[in-house]
Design a protein around this ligand. Structure first.
Ligand SMILES: *[C@@H]1O[C@H](CO)[C@@H](O)[C@H](O)[C@H]1NC(C)=O
Ligand SMILES: *[C@@H]1O[C@H](CO)[C@@H](O)[C@H](O)[C@H]1NC(C)=O
Ligand SMILES: *[C@@H]1O[C@H](CO)[C@@H](O)[C@H](O)[C@H]1NC(C)=O
Ligand SMILES: *[C@@H]1O[C@H](CO)[C@@H](O)[C@H](O)[C@H]1NC(C)=O
Length: 315
């Protein structure tokens, strides 16, 4: 009985989704970043919804085929590529503990905004997760999603979906939140949510005064408050840390879930994945100088490190 009670607390157990099973343990993989399969010149691809879909993968140094790795799906921005996002988040530079997969959007966009190609990217995510779990040795309790801009908005769409029940935490930078424009838009999901957004973001403004390229957008500060209410109830109160230089951190905590919503509000941040490194993909353009006050990637890894499907707020 005790076992059943504990199992029901898990995200997937509480949802209509079947648990992810990793049958990829024992299969050998070469460490490093892979955009093509072996030396065949073929893209890494699967068929989803009847069409070929592509992804790239970062295999950890000293990949141990018998060890269960936590997994991150990292989604690129609109018109960006998996490689661009790999260079933005630069997970490889901070950790060898995660397998990271970079899905490729059809038309380099993700579902949600009006400009997207009309693909079922939630199904693609679910199909790709099953595929990756069959090819690599992963820990199904520790699957995470991150993304930038349109990719960040899609991470929120995922958080608000039943496919998202298989993910333990969600992280976004400069998220294009086209599918989440009011408190009730998220189908009563409770999730561990991390986001960074700058006041100098002209693509997805912190306080929009008109529709974005893909439709109406929420006020980012209000959206953070919606997540606080979804996770912690209608009386949820944020804690705001104004001590850091160049940004404030808003958090919500409840029910033993410390900082289950965490938001970095950058005074001078542009439309970026914040990083102090001038060599990330975003920073090369120079428009992200105002976001160099924050190295977002280690914050994301710290956040992911706290959550799994059993200890999170998932419902
Ligand atoms: C992967 O496939 C996409 C879509 O067909 C293509 O544009 C891209 O150049 C391919 N990448 C590699 C490394 O072959
Ligand atoms: C909230 O957003 C959802 C999804 O976009 C939409 O269907 C619904 O009409 C919105 N509700 C309100 C009260 O605006
Ligand atoms: C942080 O919050 C304080 C108090 O509300 C405000 O004065 C300040 O402008 C904020 N700073 C940033 C970087 O958002
Ligand atoms: C990678 O890490 C090194 C050492 O900490 C740092 O100097 C460099 O800026 C980082 N590069 C990226 C792309 O994050």
């Amino acid at each position: 009985m005790l076992f059943i009670t504990l199992a029901v607390l898990g995200c997937v157990a509480a949802s209509t989704q079947s648990p992810v099973v990793s049958t990829g343990c024992g299969k050998l993989h070469t460490p490093g970043y892979h955009a093509v399969h072996g030396n065949t010149g073929k893209n890494l691809s699967i068929t989803s919804d009847g069409i070929p879909r592509y992804y790239t993968v970062q295999v950890p140094t000293k990949y141990d085929a018998q060890k269960k790795y936590p997994l991150i799906f990292d989604y690129h921005g609109s018109t960006d590529t998996p490689l661009n996002q790999h260079d933005n988040s630069a997970y490889y530079n901070y950790t060898n503990k995660y397998l990271v997969v970079y899905p490729r959007g059809r038309g380099l966009n993700w579902q949600g905004p009006t400009y997207a190609a009309g693909s079922n990217d939630l199904l693609f995510t679910d199909d790709l997760l099953a595929h990756v779990a069959a090819q690599y040795c992963i820990d199904p309790q520790r699957v995470y999603a991150s993304g930038k801009s349109n990719g960040g908005g899609f991470v929120d769409t995922l958080a608000c979906s039943t496919v998202g029940d298989k993910f333990a935490a969600f992280a976004m930078a400069s998220a294009a939140l086209y599918t989440d424009t009011n408190l009730t838009a998220c189908h009563n999901k409770k999730r561990a949510i991390l986001e960074a957004h700058g006041d100098k973001d002209s693509v997805i403004p912190y306080v929009p005064t008109k529709d974005g390229r893909g439709g109406p957008l929420p006020n980012v500060g209000k959206w953070v408050g919606w997540w606080g209410q979804r996770d912690c109830g209608s009386n949820a109160k944020p804690t705001v840390d104004t001590k850091p230089t160049g940004y404030n951190v808003t958090t919500y905590s409840c029910n033993g879930h410390q900082d289950v919503v965490k938001h970095y509000h950058l005074a001078k941040g542009g439309h970026c994945w914040p990083s102090s490194d001038p060599d990330t993909f975003d920073n090369q353009g120079g428009s992200c100088k105002g976001a160099r006050v924050l190295d977002f990637t280690p914050k994301v890894l710290e956040f992911f490190g706290k959550w799994n499907l059993k200890n999170g707020p998932c419902s």
